[in-house]
Ligand binder design. Structure first.
Ligand code: ZN
Length: 275
């Protein structure tokens, strides 16, 4: 385990922990971090000793969402950023890097638990919601404030499934934060624990889930996910992804993006959209 890697992977007994390791960037998800999680899932999948996977973020925050600096603004244009210059490329980028990667975690055959502290924003929340269980520290907040910046949510519309449709509308239209207690009341998270005990309490929960024979856990997980499929989750996610991309390519979004590219930093962009 190399401390300067953007994703750390470790195992203890039947539990693997995938730790996002960009604490200075609030675990903003850039290409390296998304690839790192995917690679760690390969390791957890291949290791028969591993029965349960914890997804956590180092530092004060779980994840501030996608790292937009890599894709807009004045950083050097990487492969993906170049691809995003056309609607086709933008769709492809988000399909491969966001939707497929998230859906892989969602469908991962072994049970997964997200350990969430601090800010869990936009694609950070999307990522946490791909896990089977979510344990929140008492300082955790959930927010998806992208609508004012023209974004049609993020790529997978998790909110109606997690919060109910009416609350999802309020959450998205206002961009307001949900605190951990409210997230628990709405059923977005399974448990709220003191911040200082987050790691320990998540590991306890993981050890408990690991008592289920792996084949059983995997069958039941798949069946629960299939239930959601029968309720329309997959079709609605697919619909939203198309709608999300229609919005990306509108004049409304493109002119906002152009204005954003002239800004010095993303914090300047976010500051502009705060209350
Ligand atoms: Zn998008």
């Amino acid at each position: 385990m190399d401390d300067d890697q953007v994703v750390l992977y470790s195992t203890r007994g039947h539990v693997a922990t995938i730790m996002m390791n960009r604490p200075g960037m609030a675990n903003a998800q850039d290409t390296a971090l998304i690839d790192g999680i995917d690679h760690a899932l390969d390791l957890a999948d291949a290791d028969d000793e591993v029965r349960v996977v914890i997804l956590a973020g180092k530092g004060k925050h779980f994840s501030s969402g996608h790292d937009l600096k890599e894709l807009v603004g004045d950083t050097e244009a990487g492969e993906w950023r170049k691809m995003r210059e056309t609607p086709e490329g933008k769709f492809r980028h988000e399909q491969v890097m966001y939707v497929d990667r998230c859906r892989r975690l969602y469908a991962f055959r072994k049970p997964t638990i997200a350990a969430v502290q601090g800010a869990c924003v936009a694609a950070g929340m999307m990522l946490a919601c791909m896990c089977d269980l979510i344990v929140a520290a008492d300082d955790a907040t959930f927010q998806n404030p992208v609508l004012r910046m023209t974004g049609a949510g993020v790529e997978l519309l998790v909110e109606p499934w997690e919060l109910g449709v009416r609350k999802a509308k309020e959450f998205l239209f206002t961009g307001e934060k949900l605190d951990a207690q409210e997230a628990w009341r709405l059923g977005l998270v399974n448990r709220v624990v003191p911040l200082a005990e987050l790691t320990e309490r998540v590991e306890e929960l993981a050890d408990r889930v690991a008592l289920v024979p792996p084949a059983t856990a995997q069958v039941v997980k798949d069946s629960l996910n299939q239930t959601a499929t029968f309720m329309g989750k997959d079709a609605s996610w697919k619909y939203h992804f198309m709608a999300h991309h229609w919005m990306h390519n509108t004049e409304t979004a493109l002119s906002a993006l152009e204005a954003r590219q002239e800004k010095q930093s993303m914090s300047e962009v976010f500051a502009e959209h705060r209350d």
